[in-house]
Design a protein around this ligand. Structure first.
Ligand code: NAP
Length: 244
């Protein structure tokens, strides 16, 4: 995620004095060099600090940077760590939570944002920063981040896992290149249709009454809804317990 953020921000041109800090100096320096940005050193003035480490790593990652200047805006993309905990860990006011997905690397992501402590002007700055990486939306409650994390952050993996199931089945019946081409096209066709029609209409256009698609969907519908309900609840529950 840190690499996706840095790549997207660099390409967006929204953050001219972007620099990165990682745990492993060689890896971080190599990445910074590759991207044409700087590695963080202690003299860098931090207008905005983006925390993109695992939730349990936040404490040790930010410790060397504390205390932060009063007007530094902190953005955390860590799943499951709410604003109250971040204020406590950082002993700092201006905090924004952001939940992006990896498509931000190519500036076609989406990021959900929430803050209860950053000023309207600071929120505007953060909104503009992330708008260079794709779409943005502000949430009304920190609690909503759990569901957003699962749908927006983890969501691409769920879609790709479904695609893996199609591939797994198809490769038993077709040469791999033909199977893969069919499934990849099906995925982009689904995206195209969902952008053109409401989702129920899009499904019904493919699944004509009494047809081949309907036969498969009849098996899927109830079982898939139940299974996805369980899977998403399990992810939400993990999001609630990320710091444990
Ligand atoms: N993956 C996603 O799609 C996604 C989506 C939304 C949100 N997130 C959130 O993004 C965060 C990172 O997830 P990830 O999947 O990118 O994890 P990851 O691959 O494990 O990356 C963790 C990063 O943290 C760095 N790090 C660890 N300890 C550090 C320290 N003490 N000081 C500085 N840097 C330190 C590591 O640097 P080194 O490489 O130098 O060790 C590494 O770059 C998580 O909180 C996750 O909830 C991820």
């Amino acid at each position: 995620m840190a690499e996706a953020l840095a790549s997207g921000l660099k390409a967006s041109g929204m953050s001219p004095s972007l620099c990165v800090k990682g745990k492993n100096k060689n890896t971080t320096d190599g990445f910074a060099h590759q991207l044409g940005i700087k590695s963080y050193n202690n003299s860098n003035l931090l207008e905005i600090l983006i925390i993109a480490v695992k939730p349990h790593q936040i404490q040790s990652a930010v410790q060397p940077l504390l205390p932060l200047a009063e007007n530094t805006i902190v953005i955390s993309v860590a799943a499951g760590v709410d604003c109250e905990s971040l204020v406590h860990i950082l002993n700092h006011g201006a905090i924004v939570r952001a939940m992006p997905n990896l498509a931000i690397a190519n500036q076609c992501g989406m990021t959900a944002l929430f803050s209860e402590s950053a000023s309207p002007m600071q929120q505007e700055v953060v909104g503009e920063l992330f708008s260079g990486l794709g779409q943005t939306m502000w949430l009304e409650a920190d609690e909503q981040m759990h569901a957003v994390t699962v749908l927006l952050g983890s969501g691409p993996a769920f879609f790709m896992h479904f695609t893996q199931s199609l591939l797994k089945w198809g490769r038993d019946y077709l040469p791999q290149d033909i199977c893969d081409a069919c499934v990849k096209h099906a995925s982009s066709a689904a995206n195209d249709m969902m952008s053109q029609y409401p989702i129920n209409d899009a499904v019904n256009r493919v699944a004509s009454k009494g047809g081949v698609t309907e036969a498969g969907l009849n098996v899927l519908t109830q079982k898939l809804d139940d299974l996805m309900g369980k899977a998403l609840s399990s992810s939400v529950s993990k999001s609630h317990n990320m710091t444990e």
